[in-house]
Design a protein around this ligand. Sequence first.
Ligand code: FES
Length: 164
Amino acid sequence: MAPTTAAARQAPSDDKRWRQVDVRMRRLGYRPDGLIEVLHTTQEVFGYLDDDALRYVGESLGVPPSTVYGVATFYSHFSLKPQGRHTCVVCTGTACYINGAGQLLEEVGRRLGVAPGGTTADGRISVLKARCLGACSMAPAVVVDGEVHGKVRPDALMAVLGTL
Ligand code: FES
């Protein structure tokens, strides 16, 4: 039986980051052997893999849940829990990059002492990079705890993170 395509599936939420996961799956032709790559992309944009993500990716690629969980728990690279209590995803896609995403990451690194992929020492904020959040007209875009912020300047981002 051919796997049902993601086109027929509803992403777990209307969070724009699912578009990135969908694009990845489409590029890989929804092939079951693309599982690790798709999980990697999903973790890159969300910071970790929750049940909804594992189920959605598995169903979209036609991979049984047992296999999806097996892979996600086998590789230490994958995390099934958010590392920090909050997540800050800085888009480094082309539009965001040329509009200052690099300065945003630099400022976060300088002020919070955390590099992309890392979590602040107090476990408060995990900082992640993403490739195009689908909000290019708002470049540079950042998603803080699921909320998209557009045309973000370093000071404004630090102010948002300071409220967490
Ligand atoms: S490049 Fe950042 S939202 Fe598209």
